[in-house]
Design a binder for this molecule. Structure first.
Ligand SMILES: Nc1ncnc2c1ncn2[C@@H]1O[C@H](COP(=O)(O)OP(=O)(O)OP(=O)(O)O)[C@@H](O)[C@H]1O
Ligand SMILES: [Mg+2]
Length: 282
């Protein structure tokens, strides 16, 4: 009986020390795993940062080289005997490149702030119909220049939503700009805005353009991602418009959905909740 009691005591102390060493081993293993995950995350962050910087310097350098090249030609006017038409053309190319450079710099600042969480919205009551009308008015000329048909169907009873008007306009501009840019002449760009049953506003931008595969959509949503990487001319853009639009819609508590068929066209659906931003929290 005495033996049995001593045995039980020894057993429980053995169990105790076994439990301690087991929990220490689990702790060590978890620490090792956490260290390995942190290291992998740091390596990935570094890789993304390097790629971002490489892309960024490419995007800045290309138009800057145009500015330098064409302005140099202009300074050599005396010796080259440039015609008036040449001078106007070179000055226009310098202006084009500089304007593009400014857009890229603004987009890079936007995407960096959006990704670091330091992007500030300026909320107010927004008429989505007005934001869409403004955006379409700006694109009027380029739609006809591209030989495209525009179909517009914006519901007259859209509710006022709380959001950042300028950023929503930027979002629509990026998406409509893509629909125009990637649709060959003779195609159609259709913009619709309607009320959804759950009181969201649904804006659809549809085109009959070049379309994207599933994989290309994934690439397109990443900063600097362009579905057709062979299109290297900076005039085609820098691959920031779509990720910025997505991040801005996310910030408004909405969603962007892209459906596309290669060679047939693309449909981008933006859903915005009417209480997109709670003004009381600003
Ligand atoms: N409506 C569309 N139809 C076909 N391809 C599209 C469409 N919208 C986007 N894409 C593809 O997704 C890529 C990324 O789009 P995004 O708007 O981010 O960049 P971009 O238009 O090339 O340049 P940026 O908008 O910065 O001027 C485009 O380069 C294009 O390959
Ligand atoms: Mg774009």
């Amino acid at each position: 009986m005495l033996n049995a009691v001593i045995g039980a005591g020894q057993g429980s102390s053995l169990m105790g020390s076994y439990a301690i060493s087991l929990s220490e081993a689990v702790l060590r293993q978890r620490t090792r795993e956490a260290e390995r995950t942190a290291k992998l995350e740091a390596q990935l962050a570094n890789k993304i940062k390097s790629e971002f910087i490489a892309n960024m310097s490419h995007e800045l350098r290309t138009p800057l080289n145009s500015v330098l090249g064409f302005s140099k030609l202009l300074t050599e006017h005396e010796h080259r005997k440039l015609s008036d038409d040449d001078i106007v053309e070179y000055a226009r190319l310098v202006q084009d490149a500089a304007t593009h450079l400014l857009t890229v710099i603004n987009n890079i600042l936007d995407i960096s702030k959006l990704h670091s969480g330091s992007f500030m919205l300026d909320p107010s009551d927004v008429q989505v119909a007005d934001a869409l009308d403004d955006c379409l008015a700006n694109f009027g000329k380029s739609i006809s220049d591209h030989g495209l048909n525009l179909v517009c169907n914006i519901a007259s009873n859209l509710p006022i939503i709380q959001g950042d008007e300028q950023k929503l306009r930027q979002t629509f501009t990026n998406l409509v700009g893509n629909a125009i840019k990637f649709t060959p002449p003779g195609g159609t760009v259709a913009i619709e805005a309607a009320n959804a049953p759950n009181s969201d506003i649904v804006v659809t931008i549809r085109d009959t353009g070049v379309g994207m595969s599933e994989e290309e959509i994934r690439v397109a949503l990443a900063p600097f991602g362009q579905a057709d990487a062979s299109r290297t001319r900076w005039r085609e853009g820098s691959g920031l418009g779509l990720p910025i639009a997505k991040a801005l819609v996310d910030l408004h508590g909405g969603t962007i959905e892209i459906r596309s068929t290669k060679g047939q066209g693309t449909e981008v659906t933006v859903r915005l909740p009417t209480n997109a931003l709670d003004l009381s929290s600003y």
